[in-house]
Design a protein around this ligand. Structure first.
Ligand code: KG4
Ligand code: ZN
Length: 339
């Protein structure tokens, strides 16, 4: 069936998601069932609980995506599923569902790297994405700086040596007693705060270093809170959140610009959950413009996990001739550019 329609499936963490995408760029339907409420009482995602809920939700979510798109499986040209990186028990649910549907219908199957999916979220908003480009993928599990010389080719320029940026947000938010996920909570708390109030450390800022480190910042933030508590002092929460958030944004932006200049690209691209942060987006937009570069980022709801981005990446892999078979398996630590 040459309909140009992809059914995308995503279950790598705590979102059960399915979407129908036309020609890799147009969202026909996009269903995301979040388990956030369920995991919030534990302060983070509990893998066993996540996979159990994926099992219950996966077929209803896929059916809802098809119904909203007003299509049936007969109209679908390719099925794309995220098979890593992520929680293995969660990934397995999407992979098993996708394989079963593909096997039963004969529709071609393509396994998609979840991080590649985040990058392709940029193709879903009518923006013109042009390679070569430098992309910064910042999520709960990843902080990767990538050179994309041609679509489908990835060169890792730098990555975090310890915590991911989103993880740092989540851990500090947790200590503040804020619910999971912490990024949006800290962003809200930072409103009106003074970002220069507390001088938090920036990791690995030496020239030419494109790796990241957020564990020193996290420790400094936690020490600040502990010391204030021990002395019985009130923590100026807006200033604390603004300064902490700014320490992350500042490093991310500096390294992205350093990479873009080093590899002489005109376009820089953000992806992943942390790219939903509006202070971050606004700051990078300004800095990129003043350096004569164009910045792209996905719409907020496509920065966090969804299946539309998996459908987009999967469709372009399919056009490039990639196919997966019944041996496709979940790979918890899958890296970009690996099969
Ligand atoms: O991409 P994503 O949905 O899942 C992963 O693949 O990890 O990213 C989730 C991460 C969480 O750490 C969350 O706190 C962070 O993205 N995040 C944010 C914001 N929205 C989500 N971090 C900072 N500011 C936000 N507005
Ligand atoms: Zn993600």
């Amino acid at each position: 069936m040459k309909s140009g329609l992809t059914l995308g499936i995503e279950t790598s963490c705590d979102e059960t998601a399915a979407a129908v995408i036309k020609n890799g760029t147009e969202i026909v339907s996009n269903v995301v069932l979040s388990q956030i409420d369920i995991h919030q009482k534990y302060g983070g995602v509990v893998p066993e609980i996540a996979s159990r809920h994926h099992i219950e939700a996966i077929m209803p979510v896929i059916n809802e995506a098809l119904e909203k798109a007003q299509v049936t499986l007969d109209d679908i040209e390719v099925i794309a599923v995220a098979y890593g990186p992520g929680l293995v028990g969660s990934l397995l649910v999407g992979v098993a569902a996708a394989k079963a549907l593909a096997f039963a219908t004969g529709i071609p199957l393509v396994g998609v790297n979840h991080i590649e999916g985040h990058i392709y979220a940029n193709f879903l908003s009518g923006q013109e994405v042009k390679a070569p480009l430098v992309c910064l993928t910042v999520s709960g599990g990843h902080t990767d700086l990538l050179l994309i010389p041609r679509f489908g080719e990835y060169e890792i320029l730098g990555r975090t040596r310890d915590d991911a940026a989103g993880e740092a947000f989540d851990k500090v938010a947790r200590v503040l007693g804020l619910p999971y996920p912490g990024g949006p909570q800290i962003e809200r708390l930072a409103t009106g705060g003074n970002r220069e109030a507390i001088a938090f450390p920036r990791g690995l800022l030496e020239k030419d270093n494109l790796d990241f480190s957020f564990s020193g910042l996290k420790t400094a933030a936690l020490n600040y809170l502990n010391e204030a508590r021990q002395k019985g002092q009130d923590v100026p929460l807006a200033d604390f959140a603004a300064s902490f958030q700014w320490a992350i944004i500042d490093v991310l932006t500096q390294k992205l610009m350093l990479a873009a200049q080093k590899y002489r690209v005109d376009q820089v691209v953000l992806s992943g959950g942390v790219a939903a942060n509006s202070t971050f987006r606004n700051h990078v937009t300004e800095v990129a413009r003043s350096n004569g570069m164009e910045l792209l980022y996905p719409p907020t709801h496509l920065c966090t996990d969804n299946a539309a981005m998996i459908g987009s990446a999967g469709y372009f892999s399919y056009l490039a001739g990639k196919r997966s078979d019944h041996a496709l398996n979940a790979v918890a630590n899958l890296r970009l550019g690996e099969n």
